[in-house]
Structure formats: C-alpha cells, structure tokens
Write a protein that binds this ligand. Structure first.
Ligand code: NAD
Ligand code: IPM
Ligand code: MN
Length: 357
C-alpha cells in the first residue's frame, strides 16, 4: 500500500533539545526501509535563541501553519536560563497544546528491563502503565495574574479551569484507549476531598466509566496516588488526571522505569496534527556535553511512527531501544557509559541490521 508522504515539522528547541532530536532524526533515517510512504522534514527555528534575537517566540501565522501544513511535530525541549520567566516556552509548547487543541497528553511508563527500576523486586510485567494527562485546561489555563508585583501587599492568583466537556473528553479517551488495548482497569486521580470543584472529575468518571463494561474503575486522591505509584505500580494500567497532577505524576512515573531520559510522550486530538516530545526538559547543565540520553526522543519518534500508520517502523525502533538497554548501550543516567551520539548510532545500527536480516 502506498500512503501519501508524511509531513513532519521538527522543533529542536533549547538546551539538550537539539542533541536528542538529532539522534531521533538519525533513527528516522535508519528506519526508512520499513516505510510504506515518503516523508518531508522541515526544521523550525522556534526557541530561546530566536526569541532573544527577534523578540518573537512563535507568530500566530506560524502557529496556524503547524496546525494545517503538517501531520506530526517532533519537539526536543524548550526552556533556557536566559529567559527566566519561560515565556517563549509557554508560547510555543503550551501554545501548541492549547491552540491546536491537543487535549490528550499520553505519557507511557513501561519498564524495558528490571535493572532500570529503583523499586525493589519489580519486574517488567509489574510496571507497564500509561498516564492520560488533560492538556488544555486546569491550572494551566492562565486565568489570574500578578498584582502589585514585588510590593509588600503583592497578590497572585491562578484559577483552575475544569469544563465538563474538557473533563469528559479526556476521561472518554482513556477508557477508549483501555478498551482498544485490552486493559481492564482505569484509575482517576483528583483532590476532590479538599477541592469541591474536583467532584466534576468524580461524577464524569463514574458516568462515562459506566459505559465500559469489563473495565474496572478506580479512584485515588492525588497524594495517595503518588504514594501508591511507588508502593504498588503493578496495580495501575491506565491513569487519567488533570493537567498539573498529570505533569507531576508523569515525572514520578518516569522514575519507575529508568528516569526522564527514557520517557516519551504524545500530545494529540484525533484527526489533527499530533505533537511528540520527551517528557523531560532542556536540562541546561547537560547541554553541549554529549551526555544526555536520547532514548526519550527516540521513543517519542516511535510513538509518532505508530500514529502515522508506520507500525513496523515503530516496532523496529522500540525493539532497538530495548536491545540497547539489555546490551548496556546506554548513557550515564541509566548506568551506561555512552554519549548521546553513540547511543543514537547504536540504535540506528541495530535497526539497519534488522532491516538487512
Ligand atoms: P529537566 O527535565 O530538564 O531536568 C530534570 C532532571 O533530569 C535533571 O537532573 C536533568 O539533568 C535530568 N534529565 C533530563 N533529561 C535528561 C536526559 N535526556 N538525559 C539525562 N538526564 C536528563 O527539568 P528542569 O531542570 O526542571 O527544567 C529545565 C528547563 O526545561 C526549564 O526551563 C523547564 O521549564 C524546561 N522544561 C521543558 C519541558 C518541555 O519542553 N517539554 C519539559 C520540562 C521542563
Ligand atoms: C512538561 C513540562 C511543561 C509542562 C512546562 C515546560 C511548561 O513540564 O511538558 O511536562 O508543565 O507541561
Ligand atoms: Mn513536566
């Protein structure tokens, strides 16, 4: 079958972003023999350097082009100490999530090898979960502000926005995903005991969950959820939660499987352009040292490949990353001794040998 060419936008971004993205693109090149379709790749210059030199983070026309001219976007990371208020990263990263309405932030945490988990006695069967983070509202809605900044009577306000439509669509997405992936349990985390507004999450979770026979519903308050994720990770398959809680839980969950260096993510809304990025940030102290782990970026590329219908290519990338882990071809964060480029080379080489063999 010939599919039309996939149009990929790449935003390498700041800090280690360009280094890990270069390795993902190396892998994209290596995996070409598995493809049914051609690709076009366009690098976009959004990031701190451009913001600092021009004052523009991303223009409205550039944002709308991302939504109309591409099938997928691969992002490295955004965030730079020279922009202490992080406004360019909010414009670009949160801008894509909000303006392109990518309401699903899918963040899997799957243990590839027992040696990567710091949790005693847990196996690869025990740690295999996906967090569905609501990605377009919550405390990130930007409602509020700073009044009398720096004065003794300064006031700051941030309001949390939860709409029935927004809560319902992410909960429904989590149940649909569970159903289509043979999962039997969905857990929802909120703080309804202290924040009455969160009762909306409880009510909608019960209503929507009722439609999915055979899937067990489970709720947790976010504090107990954080504890149980460490204590009994095997009891979680699919987790659905709000924007801020999902941000925090996804860094925590990454630690169960080896850390941020190996945690990929997808930002999506079916039928629209989808955006893929590591869960990690720009790690400024690691930038330019060839020591960042590129696996999160490479596994984000695998999620991208699956999304555009290139399942064989996605499988090849995932199996090459697993092989790198079991062979010890890893960077220092995972206990290995290879640099960023060498990890990417190893994975690309492995894929080439799979394609030949
Ligand atoms: P971070 O994720 O950059 O780093 C957290 C810790 O993880 C650090 O110890 C870092 O060294 C380590 N780490 C991260 N990625 C790694 C990798 N690939 N290999 C090995 N170690 C890795 O988070 P931070 O330090 O809180 O934030 C730094 C900047 O990144 C900030 O500007 C922040 O706003 C931004 N940020 C951006 C994104 C994004 O673009 N999606 C996500 C998170 C943070
Ligand atoms: C993430 C990041 C972002 C977030 C920051 C950089 C705005 O931490 O993607 O997890 O909070 O969503
Ligand atoms: Mn985060």
């Amino acid at each position: 079958m010939t599919r039309s060419a996939v149009r990929l936008a790449v935003i390498a971004g700041d800090g280690i972003g360009p280094e890990v993205t270069a390795e993902a693109l190396k892998v994209l090149d290596a995996v070409q023999p598995f493809f049914a379709s051609g690709w076009t790749v366009e690098q976009l210059p959004f990031g701190a350097d451009r913001y600092l030199s021009t004052g523009v983070s991303i223009s409205p026309a550039e944002m709308s082009r991302l939504g109309s001219d591409f099938d997928a976007i691969l992002v490295g990371a955004l965030g730079d100490p020279r922009v202490p208020g992080n406004e360019h990263a909010r414009d670009i990263l949160l801008g894509m999530r909000f303006k392109l309405d990518l309401y699903v932030n899918e963040r899997p945490a799957r243990l590839l090898d027992e040696r990567l988990t710091p949790i005693k006695g847990k196996t690869v069967e025990d740690i295999d979960l996906v967090i569905f983070r609501e990605n377009t509202e919550g405390l990130y809605a930007g409602i509020g502000g700073i009044f009398k900044e720096g004065m003794p009577d300064e006031i700051t306000i941030a309001e949390e926005l939860n709409t029935r439509r927004g809560v319902e669509r992410i909960i429904r997405y989590a149940f649909d995903w569970a159903k289509s992936h043979g999962k039997t349990r969905v857990t929802m985390a909120d703080k309804a005991n202290a924040i009455p507004a969160h009762s909306l999450w409880r009510r909608v979770f019960a209503e929507v969950g009722e439609e999915y026979a055979g899937i067990r519903r489970d709720t947790r308050y976010i504090d107990a959820m954080a504890m149980d994720l460490i204590r009994t990770p095997e009891s979680f398959q699919v987790i659905v939660t709000g924007n801020l809680f999902g941000d925090i839980l996804s860094d925590l969950a990454s630690t169960l499987v080896g850390g941020l260096g190996i945690a990929p993510s997808a930002n999506r809304n079916p039928g629209r352009v989808a955006m893929f990025e590591p869960v990690h940030g720009s790690a400024p102290p690691l930038a330019g040292k060839d020591c960042a782990n590129p696996m999160a970026a490479i596994l984000s590329l695998a999620m991208l490949l699956e999304t555009v219908g290139e399942q064989d290519a996605a499988n090849a990338v995932e199996s090459a990353v697993s092989a790198a882990v079991s062979s010890g071809a890893m960077s220092a964060d995972l206990g290995g001794s290879l640099g960023t480029g060498a990890v990417g080379d190893w994975i690309a080489e492995r894929i080439r040998s799979m394609a030949d063999g």
